[in-house]
Design a protein. Structure first.
Length: 68
């Protein structure tokens, strides 16, 4: 019987963690739409240097996305 409670707690914890993670990621992406420094920082972490034209294109693409 104890194993059943452990399994249920594990499943609930994983599902809760997943939804909290998705919520946090959406909030970060919404913030990034309006903050070019965050986009530039993310690009540098991925090994890219964006020029102004690329940055404007990236912001335009992100504003078209619906994160909700």
């Amino acid at each position: 019987m104890v194993w059943l409670y452990i399994a249920i707690a594990l499943i609930v914890g994983l599902a809760g963690g997943f939804f909290i993670g998705v919520f946090y990621l959406r909030k970060q992406l919404e913030k990034m739409q309006n903050d070019p420094e965050m986009i530039q920082k993310m690009a540098k972490q991925m090994g890219y240097n964006l020029n102004k034209q690329q940055m404007n294109k990236m912001q335009g693409m992100m504003k078209k996305q619906k994160f909700k």
